[in-house]
Design a binder for this molecule. Structure first.
Ligand SMILES: Cc1cc2nc3c(=O)[nH]c(=O)nc-3n(C[C@H](O)[C@H](O)[C@H](O)COP(=O)(O)O)c2cc1C
Length: 312
């Protein structure tokens, strides 16, 4: 038991990240049933879809699960109302100010975790009364901090400024990497990319196959002028890159991005023109496996790694 397994009442300190177009009730319940904490990614769901996923998740597991809510998306008020009505006990907020929703959620007995990528926001989290923070490094898939601080540097920096339990995220795809994060003082890990490529992920088969084919260097933190996001270097990424090189305005970039790009890529399977979010760790993902098998392997490898860490 540690601070995080106690906080969530879970067996392993392994959290499956909330991910747009990837983490619906099937993935979240599979991870929770395997002893980790599954999160439904609300960011790509209309309010009625979110309600359906929460209800299906409740039916599929009697273990704790949570919902991830990126605060930059529309429908936030409705999402939060549904989360409270449906009796969700754990909420991970991201991409916004932790002060906005934490008190309201906590007043309804919900455990609140906020995702940050720098020490400034870690302090804000502490002031806002969150129960734990996810410290997400530059390697991570999805939206990311502008500072480009890697997980290896971020965790100790966060530990210096805040006493809250820390969940390390970004670049974690093995039991060995979990051991590294825990040895830096993390209490748990949040894993995205590896679960995005799982059997239960709701991502399109083309996207899952693409993830397993990536080499190191095949992703880059892109769209830094708007909202930084780590993308696979496909044709859409190249269009963005060329626009950035000719110093396109934010308005032009918004136009290039258009609407529904992430859905087109990750959910509908357009590997050319879609926005494909994935982390650097994808270069070590070689197979599409059931979530339970992934959790089991992570635990086995973590346990095998610890005795190898001998004193010098
Ligand atoms: C496809 C994809 C979608 C993501 N969507 C979200 C999201 O909706 N909300 C969020 O807080 N983070 C999102 N993330 C970030 C993850 O929650 C997580 O912090 C990150 O994936 C961890 O790094 P890793 O990919 O190296 O495991 C996303 C990541 C990926 C790969």
């Amino acid at each position: 038991m540690n601070r995080i397994t106690q906080l969530f009442n879970i067996q392993y300190p392994i959290i499956q990240a909330g991910m747009i177009w990837c983490s619906g009730w099937k993935l979240a319940s599979a991870v929770s049933n395997a002893g980790g904490l599954g999160l439904i990614g609300a960011g790509s769901m209309y309010p009625d879809v979110l309600r359906e996923h929460i209800q299906k998740c409740k039916a599929a597991t009697d273990k704790p699960f949570g919902v991830n809510v990126p605060l930059l998306y529309p429908d936030i008020e409705q999402h939060m109302a549904i989360i409270i009505e449906e009796g969700v006990k754990i909420v991970f907020t991201s991409a916004g100010n932790p002060a906005t929703w934490t008190k309201h959620l906590k007043d309804h007995g919900i455990t609140v975790v906020h995702v940050i990528a720098n020490t400034k926001f870690a302090k804000k989290c502490a002031d806002s009364g969150v129960d734990a923070i996810v410290a997400e490094g530059f390697e991570a898939g999805g939206h990311n901090g502008r500072e480009e601080t890697t997980t290896l540097c971020l965790i100790p920096a966060i530990k210096e400024v805040c006493q809250l339990p820390v969940i390390a995220a970004g670049g974690i795809g093995s039991g060995q990497a979990i051991a590294a994060a825990m040895s830096l003082g993390a209490d748990a890990v949040q894993i995205g990319s590896l679960f995005a490529a799982s059997v239960e992920s709701s991502a399109h088969a083309n996207f899952k196959e693409k993830i397993t084919s990536l080499k190191d260097g095949d992703t880059e933190l892109s769209l830094k002028q708007l909202t930084p996001v780590r993308l696979i270097k496909n044709e859409f990424y190249q269009t963005v890159k060329m626009a950035e090189q000719r110093c396109a305005t934010s308005e032009e970039l918004v136009q290039i991005l258009g609407r529904g790009r992430a859905k087109k890529g990750m959910f509908e399977g357009d590997m050319v023109e879609g926005e494909l979010e994935i982390g650097q760790v994808a270069s070590t993902i070689h197979a599409i496996r059931p979530a339970a098998e992934i959790v089991e392997q992570l635990v086995k490898d973590y346990n095998a790694t610890i005795p190898l860490l001998k004193p010098f």
